[in-house]
Ligand binder design. Structure first.
Ligand code: UD1
Length: 427
């Protein structure tokens, strides 16, 4: 397993370019299941979850071309014949977002067999709301041997009120409703930019969707969808991670190729912390300083402060003067990084859904373990300001969602390298 070796202390200076949003690219790839024609997606990030989705679609009979570099991160997906509408446990267990294929498969093929995701490092992640929604659209659903087996001759439009706001649940139902017979009204929807991006793609494919980005989405079902070409939005979580890195290291960083409109909650919070940012239409410039002030954070659905930035914010809070209370409202067990930061000298007390961070503490390099995608990013941030060398193990988590993070960080002055596992010599 690869590790990162990071020597802290360097301010991040210069320009870093943000990749396409993983969380927008995954549903967009699943949307290609809805049509026989090719769907061309640009600005696909080169991360492991995308490769997992490629395997998932290929196993069903889809043809997926993925080109990076000169091919400009483009993917052409053609799902002319779907021979096996199934998502196996092997794939779902490495990436929960695999459940995004449930709605599109059911709508297009009239049946789907998708493994149930289990618990994960950040807590239980049920898909009951996806299932209830699809049942409202007329699907027959059984759960057997760890799989969801769903069937429907043709889905029928309905009114669905999500009991709880769910991002991939909204996306799954949105895709299913595009090919359902009649009108669907989705209420209490997620308003994340990734939902809007998916609706934009689906509308280009011939769907009739109104209201994406608000709590109520209206879909008029159509007979068929066609191919389309679409550019994925920039990754707001990657952009935010780099903005925090610039602030934390007392750097001067230009984070370009992002959409500052998607970063409102973070930029506001940084003001409270005492960090100055300036932005243009597609870049944020952040200047760090040595006088950070503690500020509390509560994670919420968009446009609130994202749970996917909670861990990175915690790294910043360790360097702010005073006590910051970080409340995690979305997932039940998302503080694993706090223990690892504790090993680096941070003062963090966990009280149920709240983490109490007492700053400012001098962090010192240590051997730490990455437990999930965003936790890994937070440990990288902590390591960038720690004294001495930090070794982060299990960075495969970070490879799921950050494109070339070590090259991007090195490009702006960080001392970071990747090492592979050294195997014992054969006798
Ligand atoms: C998506 C993001 C993830 C982010 C999360 C919250 C993708 C691929 N992933 O995950 O990065 O951290 O949104 O912003 O876009 N829930 C249920 N039943 C369900 C579905 C969800 O109880 O059927 C609960 C979850 O356990 C959680 C909350 O609802 O407590 C929100 O989860 P959800 O928005 O569904 O997260 P994901 O879509 O899996």
């Amino acid at each position: 397993m690869d590790k990162f070796v990071i020597r802290g202390g360097n301010p991040l200076l210069g320009t870093v370019r943000i990749s396409g949003a993983k969380n927008a690219a995954l549903p967009a790839m699943a949307a290609a299941l809805l049509t026989e024609e090719p769907v061309i997606l640009e600005n696909i990030p080169q991360v492991r979850d995308i490769e997992t989705t490629r395997k998932l679609l290929a196993a069903m009979g889809g043809e997926v071309e993925l080109g990076y570099g000169r091919a400009q991160h483009r993917s052409t997906i053609c799902c002319r014949d779907l021979t096996s509408p199934e998502a196996s446990y092997e794939l779902v267990k490495t990436m929960r977002a695999s459940t995004l294929v449930l709605g599109p498969l059911l709508a297009r093929c009239g049946r789907a067999r998708v493994s149930l995701p289990g618990g994960c490092a950040i807590g239980a992640r049920p898909i009951d709301l996806h299932i209830k929604g699809l049942e409202r659209l007329g699907a027959n659903i059984n759960q057997e041997h760890g799989y969801v087996e769903a069937s429907a001759k043709r889905l029928k439009g309905a009114e669905i009120v999500f009991e709880k706001i769910t991002v991939t649940g909204t996306e799954d139902l949105l895709m299913a409703a595009t090919l359902a017979d009649g009108e669907t009204l989705l209420q209490n929807c997620a308003r994340e930019p990734e939902v809007v991006d998916l609706a934009d793609l689906l509308n280009k494919m011939g769907a009739k969707i109104e209201g994406a980005g608000t709590t109520t989405i209206h879909v008029t079902g159509v007979e068929k969808l066609r191919g389309a070409k679409h550019r994925i939005i920039p990754d707001r979580i990657e952009a935010a991670t780099f903005i925090i890195a610039g602030a934390l290291t007392d750097g001067d960083l230009n984070v370009c190729g992002c959409d500052p409109n998607h970063l409102g909650a973070l930029l506001e919070k940084l003001q409270d912390v005492g960090i100055k940012t300036k932005h243009t239409s597609d870049a944020v410039r952040v200047e760090g300083n040595q006088n950070l002030k503690a500020a509390d954070v509560i994670t919420e659905e968009y446009p609130g402060f994202p749970t996917d930035l909670q861990a990175q914010y915690m790294a910043l809070a360790t360097q702010a003067e005073g006590t910051s209370i970080i409340t995690e409202n979305i997932f039940e067990n998302r503080f694993m990084h706090a223990l690892e930061m504790g090993r680096m000298g941070a003062h963090i007390k966990i009280e149920g859904h709240r983490a109490v961070v007492r700053g400012r503490t001098l962090l010192s390099g240590a051997a730490v373990l990455a437990s999930d995608l965003r936790a890994s990013a937070s440990l990288v941030l902590a390591a960038l300001v720690a004294e001495g060398e930090t070794i982060i193990d299990r960075v495969y988590h970070i490879d799921r969602g950050y494109e070339n993070i070590e090259e991007k960080l090195r490009g702006v002055g960080a001392q970071i390298r990747r090492i592979g596992e050294i195997l014992p010599k054969k006798k």
